[in-house]
Design a protein around this ligand. Structure first.
Ligand SMILES: [Zn+2]
Length: 232
C-alpha cells in the first residue's frame, strides 16, 4: 500500500466522501469527487459505497481518459476531466444529488440572488445546466458552460456540481449551496422572493474577498468601527 501514488490526496478524497455522507448532501453511491494531481486527477470509483472505499480504490486518470488501478472510474469522469481542464483555478470537483438543490433542478431552475450568500458561488446566480443523460459528453459540455465564472451549478433533473481549491472548501460550498436551495424553496411559500440587484452582489463579493484575505475583518467599516484584538 505504501507504493500508492498521491497517498495524501487519496486519503483526503476518501475522508471528504465520508464527510459528504455525514453532512447529508450525499446518499448511496450517487455522488462523486475528483482531485487534481500532476498530469491528471484522482476520482472516486464507480458503484462503491463510500464507507467501503479505501485509498487504494481511488482511480487515477489522465486527461486523455486513460486510468490506472483495478477499479473503473465514476461514470461521470467526463465532466470531472473537462471541468479540471477548463478551470486551472480549481483543484477539486464535487458532485452530488442533495435533496433541495435537486428539487430546484428538476424544474430547470437555478438559484438567483435572493440571498447575499449566493455570491459565495462566484456571481449573482447559481445557474442550472440543461438536462443531458448522465455520463455523456453533452452533460459535460452543459456543466462547463453553466460553471463559467462560477464555483457551483445545478444540473437539470439531476443534482449539483461544486468546485473548490481544496476538498474542504468544496465540501463547505456544497453544504452552503444546498442550504441556499432549501431557503429559496421555503421562501416560495410566501410568493416570489425579493431578488438583490447585481450591484449589491458585487459589493458583497468584494467584501467577502477582503475578509478572506484578512485585510479587514469588518469589510469596508470605518477604522474606528473595525473589530480588532484588544491590547491588554
Ligand atoms: Zn449524478
Amino acid at each position: 500500500m505504501t507504493d500508492l501514488t498521491h497517498l495524501p490526496q487519496r486519503h483526503a478524497l476518501v475522508e471528504t466522501c465520508l464527510a459528504m455522507n455525514a453532512s447529508g448532501i450525499n446518499q448511496g453511491a450517487s455522488g462523486n469527487l475528483s482531485v487534481r494531481v500532476e498530469g491528471g486527477f484522482l476520482i472516486t470509483p464507480t458503484s462503491l459505497p463510500y464507507d467501503e472505499m479505501t485509498p487504494a480504490d481511488v482511480v487515477e486518470m489522465g486527461f486523455d481518459g486513460t486510468y490506472l488501478g483495478s477499479r473503473r472510474p465514476s461514470s461521470e469522469w467526463r465532466f470531472h476531466r473537462d471541468i479540471l481542464k477548463a478551470r486551472p483555478d480549481v483543484e477539486v470537483v464535487l458532485h452530488a444529488h442533495p435533496t433541495f438543490a435537486t428539487a430546484l433542478a428538476v424544474h430547470g431552475r437555478g438559484i438567483p440572488s435572493f440571498h447575499y450568500m449566493v455570491a459565495l458561488a462566484g456571481g449573482d446566480s447559481i445557474r442550472c445546466a440543461p438536462y443531458a443523460t448522465f455520463g455523456t459528453q453533452e452533460l459535460s459540455d452543459n456543466a462547463v458552460a453553466a460553471l463559467e465564472g462560477r464555483m457551483a451549478c445545478l444540473l437539470a433533473n439531476h443534482g449539483m456540481i461544486v468546485l473548490g481549491k481544496t476538498t474542504k472548501a468544496a465540501l463547505a460550498l456544497a453544504v452552503e449551496v444546498e442550504a441556499l436551495a432549501r431557503q429559496y424553496l421555503y421562501a416560495h411559500l410566501l410568493g416570489e422572493p425579493v431578488i438583490l440587484p447585481p450591484e449589491e452582489i458585487e459589493r458583497v463579493a468584494d467584501k467577502m474577498r477582503r475578509m478572506k484575505y484578512g485585510q479587514s475583518p469588518d469589510g469596508n467599516a470605518a477604522p474606528e468601527d473595525t473589530a480588532r484584538p484588544r491590547n491588554v
